[in-house]
Design a protein around this ligand. Sequence first.
Ligand SMILES: *Cc1c(COP(=O)(O)O)cnc(C)c1O
Length: 429
Amino acid sequence: MDLVTADRTHLWHPFTQQRGWTEEDTVVVERAEGTTLVDAEGRSYIDGVSSLWCNVHGHAHPRIDAAVRAQLEKVAHSTMLGLTHRPAIELSRRLAELAPAGLTRVFYSDSGSTATEIALKMAYQYWRQRDEDRRRFVCLRMAYHGDTIGSVSVGGIELFHSLYRPLLFETLRAEPGDVADMERLLSEHPGEVAAVILEPLVQGAAGMLMHPHGYLRAVRALCDRHGVLLIADEVATGFGRTGRMFACEHEGVAPDLMCLAKGITGGYLPLAATLTTERIYEGFLGRFDEFRTFFHGHTYTGNPLACAAALASLDVFREEQTLEALAPKIDLLGELLEPVAARAAVREVRRRGFMVGIELAKFPLEARVGHRVTLEARRRGAIIRPLGDVVVLMPPLAITEADLRRLVRITGEAIDAATAAAEPGRLAA
Ligand SMILES: *Cc1c(COP(=O)(O)O)cnc(C)c1O
């Protein structure tokens, strides 16, 4: 059986309607170098969405490859339950140094979903152990925090989440970017709310929705005023995406809990971390028989290979001055997108740093223009993946100016080609 047939026979892909999948050409990624993916037929593509928002310094980066290989010579996996190891220890110290002030404790897991589950459980248990029964969470409409039941409970994307509503815990939903609405919710539920959870600055999976300047800082102040914890989900925004190491830095905000994943290993291996303060940490201390332990942990928590990749990725940030080199590319990206935004087929371009959402004009749902843009871009040598009719660009921070130009040019051409066949209001064949 050839590879593609075997895929169609045995695989079930995430967020994918398998019926469409088996009818379309399949790209089998064989290898990658820098910001280029190469398929089994030898065709090259720009990795326009950083392999689902996680690649930072490019693929096959010699520094990170060497670090993973060196760790592999020592031990590939050892548990964090009852044991510890050097890469996890060193990474925790480095993360604490980098993170907003006060976030000095690191709890590892392996995906963004688990990082947010952990933050929610920590917040709830923290209050319980202070004899406060705060069981409500405030989240934002259109939020995305992962796909496990807890993280879906604080999610607000109808298409992904509404079906599961009967399985979820109830939350209070605030209107994104609306300080008065947040104030109202917190005022109406005194003593009931454990934490506010949000994606700082940019709601990624919602289609790159941008919060107004000052919103994050205002929410931090409201949380302080109402004695509520703030959970910042930096899974997508962390590690340079918005132009700073963490999005919270733009508004000088330090959350009580911060969730990291995607870019943490430079996009190499699955790793996540939930950072918190000594205040929260100390709430879990007690005699063994007080049962204040945080009863949570995944088998591959703090995997040594992943931690080694993460440490090397942080070294590369320093050695290559990744954030300094990014600033002019962010400006260039803004300029390159201007003609894209001017197209009739484009309703709006939203951008913060290297996070871009190109919202297309209203086309009939069945025209699937977002998806068609993806296919057109692929034919022209770029891999992108839309969120509905929002075309997402999220290239690795290491992309060259030349490839950034090429990526935006291909995207513009792909939008033209895909939308020519489906004029707004007219139905595509
Ligand atoms: C992707 C994402 C998650 C989920 O991360 P996984 O590793 O896919 O579980 C959580 N929060 C945000 C903001 C994300 O973008």
